[in-house]
Design a protein around this ligand. Sequence first.
Ligand code: ATP
Length: 438
Amino acid sequence: MSKSTDQTMQQIVSLCRRRAFIFQSSEIYGGLNGCWDYGPMGVELKRNIKALWWRDLVTRRTDIEGVDCSILMNAKVWEASGHVQSFTDPMVDCLQCRGRFRADHIVNNQCPTCGTKDKFTEVRHFNLMFKTFVGAMEDNSSQVFLRPETCQGIFANFDNVVNTCRVKIPFGMAQIGKAFRNEINPRNFTFRSREFEQMEMEFFCRPDKEEANKWFEYWKTERYNWYLKYGIRKERLHLRTHDQNELAHYAAGCADIEYDFPFGRAELEGIANRTDYDLKRHAEFSKKDLSYFDQAANARYYPYVIEPSAGADRATLAFLVDAYVEEAERTVLRFHPEVAPVKVAVFPLVNKEGMPEMAEKIFLDLKKYWNCYFDDKGAVGRRYRRQDEIGTPYCITVDGESVKSNSVTVRERDSMAQVRISVGELVNHLSKTLTSGV
Ligand code: ATP
């Protein structure tokens, strides 16, 4: 990693801490590797990203249903999915510094920490699933796993949704929720964590190669464009279709949406054609018929599934990195308005002549529509800088003129241009770019 990219990442990490986006988990006890806490700004940012995903994939569509499944599931689920047997990473230890790494992350047989060459243990395979027990007995019969991906809950509920929701193929099932992987080497801030959130959607279609390919192409484009729609820079976003020899044994096609992070190009989301593998495996292990009856075709079959699988934390990190701009006079997060954690900040210019009361009233009124921030402390220039650093699109200033003419100035974050607007017009004016509800 070059010094400048390393520095950019460090600056972003430090801004995240300083401005209450992301903290180390249980920091007062020295932290826990691979686990992170979102502060007041971070939680809004991540919730917005999840809400936009849900809005665009579930509520604004007519062909996708949402579910929210439990994290702990019957252990058989993970036998059927293949995770008990083969959800492993190859692991090596450096004999010099004792560092532990994923063997497939080692370049030129050189230790990434101490630089020693050719001094590693044999490769061992390590299962990434966290184990725990249900009930009082800690034996094999009570052992369960924290789910390493959310999609298996969807497959396990396929029949429930088909039988209760009048869905017709092609249709999708979506879920957002926590997943856990005991990563050998968590790193790059939240990019590789041990506890994280996924946003996954399984889109079921006819088990016909052409039909599945059509949806695979459709979801590749949809998902790539989704990041662009919310402001990710096109030159940093890449769609990479996997070669045949990279594919998981059950997959007929796979593509990654990758982003140029300061630490290198890395996967944000994977889109896979998982064929009928998962439903058939669950049918075999549960001994339940999970096939689908297609009335229009008068045929029974196991559908194929196309899966866009995204990480909410990786997306949050990409939006943060992408928005980060250092200008001569300020650091600014140029978030898309719908992504920004705070939409509007309200400042009374000075603490007199009815300004605080007027500002507070405006603040409480706007709060009914958007997440707003009230700041009456310190020089106004510093208040602007603070909002720029958390990416607030609009700052409203209540000044002496405001009290006289019932108007305020609205300053736009990126251009820093200010316009005077009458208070009665504020909601209308802001609604041009801010949608309510996200
Ligand atoms: P990688 O190769 O980076 O380990 P993967 O290919 O195993 O990732 P998938 O199993 O396809 O990842 O998971 C789907 C998505 O879940 C990823 O694109 C990513 O956004 C997210 N994800 C997976 N593992 C992690 C993790 N350890 N921390 C944060 N997000 C993760």
